[in-house]
Design a binder for this molecule. Structure first.
Ligand code: SF4
Length: 57
């Protein structure tokens, strides 16, 4: 089941969605999981599974 990684928004790899259209659906993007690609994190469902890369900003 997909869920929001609890502290994405306090992680230094998180980039907040600035575009108003994108931020309707995504809280922002993770710059770490699939570097060099940004992974958008859906507001409602979060990302799948656990994240072992959390680093506090
Ligand atoms: S590294 Fe993990 S905790 Fe940090 S933004 Fe990406 S998914 Fe969230």
């Amino acid at each position: 089941m997909a869920k929001i990684v609890p502290d994405c928004q306090n992680c230094k790899h998180f980039s907040k969605a600035l575009d108003p259209e994108i931020s309707k659906v995504y809280i922002g993007a993770c710059m770490k999981l699939e570097w060099p690609y940004a992974i958008n994190i859906p507001k409602d469902d979060g990302i799948e599974g656990e994240c072992g890369f959390f680093e506090k900003k």
